[in-house]
Design a protein around this ligand. Structure first.
Ligand code: PLP
Length: 256
């Protein structure tokens, strides 16, 4: 493996546009990248895009100078737990381990990650809910005459007529408990991404007529499922804790 001297970071799907690049586009790009350049592929939103046949799931094709990073913060709803994973050529990982900080994610965080990976039901429901909300938000904005960039993630970028309009909407939505993000800092002055499940929608359920209503107890319980899974994971871990060494936990994580 060549000595790596430069880093290129690519997010796929990308934040804040929500767009993806295809495998063909990645391969075309890769042909121009010298071997000594490390490519960090940020796949934080990978689960939302993975079923698109044009999306290059980097778990299934590998280049030696590419490292992929994923997170449990998005589709699994575990942002506060601070856990994610990465994969790359073993020599690259070996070299990273030489320089990385000695602290691992906490044991509860590792247990939560393991629990979440096997919770297919939650994943499925989370993806379905996101797809429904994306359709709802896209059509609602389009009906208002606002252009949106088709999203392969869990947020949507809307293109507004100008910076002032973007900030006016930002403040008005904030007053209603919906957090959106102006993109001035990204140099996209006219655009304004809308995070689909802002504070207000997080605990609201979409009704059949498309409106949003208060959640019933069952839907709150469902939203909390990942947390429960994490706790179950912890319980499992608790009885095994004394018998599992750190390398064994790592092996468990690798098998997930
Ligand atoms: C592209 C991208 N990568 C990574 C992250 C952060 O993930 P984590 O919560 O695991 O730090 C975000 C969060 O918004 C993101 O948009």
């Amino acid at each position: 493996m060549a000595t790596l001297k430069r880093i290129v970071c690519l997010a796929n799907p990308n934040n804040p546009t929500g767009t993806i690049f295809t495998r063909q586009q990645f391969d075309d790009f890769y042909r121009h990248v010298p071997e000594r350049v490390l490519i960090i592929l940020d796949e934080a939103y990978f689960e939302y895009a993975k079923d698109n046949p044009r999306y290059p799931d980097s778990m299934h094709y590998r280049y030696d100078n590419v490292i992929t990073l994923r997170t449990f913060s998005k589709v699994y709803g575990l942002a506060g737990v601070r856990i994610g994973y990465g994969f790359a050529h073993e020599e690259l990982i070996r070299n990273l381990l030489k320089v990385k900080l000695p602290f691992e994610p906490s044991t509860p965080a590792q247990a939560a990650g393991i629990g979440a990976l096997s919770d297919y039901e939650f994943l499925h429901r989370s993806l379905e809910q996101n797809a429904r909300a994306l359709r709802y938000l896209t059509s609602g904005l389009q009906e208002l005459g606002i252009d949106v960039v088709p999203s392969a993630a869990n947020f949507l970028m809307a293109v507004l007529p100008g910076e002032q309009e973007a900030f006016r909407i930002f403040h008005e939505l904030l007053a209603q408990g919906v957090v959106v993000r102006p993109l001035k800092a990204f140099g996209l002055r006219d655009s304004h991404p809308l995070i689909i499940r802002g504070t207000k929608y997080l605990l609201e359920e979409q009704n059949e007529d498309g409106s949003w209503g208060d959640p019933d107890e069952e839907s709150i319980r469902r939203r909390c499922h990942t947390t429960w899974t994490a706790i179950d994971g912890l319980r499992n871990y608790a009885w095994r804790a004394e018998r599992l060494s750190r390398p064994q936990v790592r092996t468990m994580l690798k098998q997930c």
